[in-house]
Design a protein around this ligand. Structure first.
Ligand SMILES: *Cc1c(COP(=O)(O)O)cnc(C)c1O
Length: 415
């Protein structure tokens, strides 16, 4: 019964163009990838799909810190943090992170997690008790949506980035504990929400602001301190979740907040308490990466990424204008996440497949990850790219656009 039930549903997904595929990567994370699908022999691709925005995942100093960390501390932590798994490496990482992002808080303490998904579940379930109301952006990351579902709090959702609608909800709420929950940089659109305006609302309505900075940390703000620092925020009301597997290039996550909030998480968050602490070697690698990102090397990498973003946007905007009948549109993002909206699922998939045949790895993002009718190619840029990589991408896209337009096909009419 179960197998038939699942098979039927998988077939429905397949018919709707929603089946996802894993590809096996044979090379370290970086723009030059060797990749296979199933039995096929690996092929070389130029990748525009990782969140390693600053090229730290394969940085020799970070790799060395991981190896050295394993030699010093061993491979595994052996237990949860509250039993015996919390090592010196974890402790020092938490301090380094508090030092990095602390300027946004009058008093700051950090708690480390093994993943951002886990940190968001921990945060929202521990803070969102029966007395609380969560005010959440409709396009928030899946982990914030699931965290809100698991919490016992009431949940009120507002349309993406509609500060006016958030304000209306807050002003109508009599909840004794109000928590605004938002991504800083939205992962499928690449836009940065005005955290300064949202914090002002939090202050006006006696609410707290939970910010998921998965895509801003390392990239935005002085020393890569992230989106809160980019806006110059400074508030006791801020609760920040940062991930360490994206621009920081390793893995894991953390929550930074007032020390009492952190103490409460440590005492009560089940997703923190009942799980094995990450490898101490990973904590050492993360600390090495953070140290580099705070310094001149981080500044250079951030500047390189910004130059790639300008280069890409100028090229694609001109291309979209030249081929206006195709109806493609580049979303207004100033971050490393650059979505090109194509429209129908089949068209986005076909374009992604054509690029793959030309040696470019760019994922198509389809519903339910994004709203129906806005299937897109999601390019992510990295400081590890070379300017020539962007040129190659632009020239392949141009030849695709020409072919599609010459065929007179609306993109949705393509197989
Ligand atoms: C990636 C991501 C997460 C999850 O972080 P992991 O460390 O990968 O589990 C959470 N929130 C946002 C916005 C993300 O992009």
């Amino acid at each position: 019964m179960l197998i038939e039930h699942l098979t039927r549903q998988l077939r429905e997904r397949e018919a709707a163009g929603l089946i996802r595929q894993r590809r096996v990567l044979h090379t370290p994370c970086g723009p030059k990838a060797s990749v296979s699908t199933g039995e096929a022999a690996p092929r070389s691709l130029l990748a525009f799909c990782s969140n390693d925005y600053l090229g730290m995942a394969s940085h020799p100093a970070v790799v060395e810190a991981l190896a050295e960390g394993a030699r010093r501390h061993g491979a595994g932590s052996g237990a949860s943090h509250l039993v015996s798994g919390h090592g010196l490496a974890h402790e020092q990482l938490e301090q380094a992170l508090a030092d990095w992002v602390g300027s946004a808080f009058p008093e700051c303490r950090v708690l480390g997690f093994s993943s951002g998904f886990q940190a968001n579940l921990a945060l929202l379930t521990a803070l969102g008790d029966e007395s609380a109301t969560l005010f959440t952006d409709k396009l928030n990351h899946a982990s914030l949506i699931d965290g809100a579902l698991l919490a016992r709090a009431q949940v009120q959702r507002y349309p993406h980035a509609r500060i006016d609608r958030l304000e209306a909800l807050l002003s109508a709420s009599a909840s004794p504990l109000k928590l605004i929950v938002t991504d800083a940089v939205f992962s499928m659109d690449g836009d940065l929400v005005p955290l300064d305006e949202i914090l002002a609302l939090a202050e006006r309505f006696d609410a707290w602001l939970v910010v998921d900075d998965a895509h801003g940390l390392g990239v935005l703000g002085p020393q890569g301190q992230g989106s809160a620092a980019h806006f110059g925020l400074h508030s006791e009301r801020l609760i920040l979740m940062g991930t360490l597997g994206k621009a920081v290039g390793v893995s894991g996550a953390f929550v930074a907040a007032h020390p009492t909030v952190i103490e409460w998480l440590m005492q009560t968050a089940r997703a923190y308490i009942y799980t094995t602490a990450a490898s101490p070697a990973v904590a050492e690698a993360t600390r090495a990466s953070v140290q580099l990102l705070r310094g001149p090397e981080g500044d250079t990498r951030r500047e390189t990424l910004r130059a790639h973003i300008r280069h890409f946007r100028e090229g694609v905007q001109a291309l979209v204008r030249r081929h206006a009948p195709l109806g493609w549109s580049l979303m207004p993002s100033e971050t490393a996440i650059q979505p090109l909206v194509i429209g129908e699922n089949a068209a986005a998939l076909a374009l992604s497949q054509s690029l793959l045949e030309q040696g470019l790895w760019v994922p198509a993002i389809r519903p339910p990850t994004v709203p129906a009718g806005t299937a897109r190619l999601r390019f992510t840029l990295s400081a590890a790219h070379e300017p020539q990589d962007i040129d190659r991408l632009l020239s392949v896209l141009e030849s695709q656009a020409r072919g599609w337009q010459a065929a007179g096909a609306a993109p949705s009419a393509r197989p």
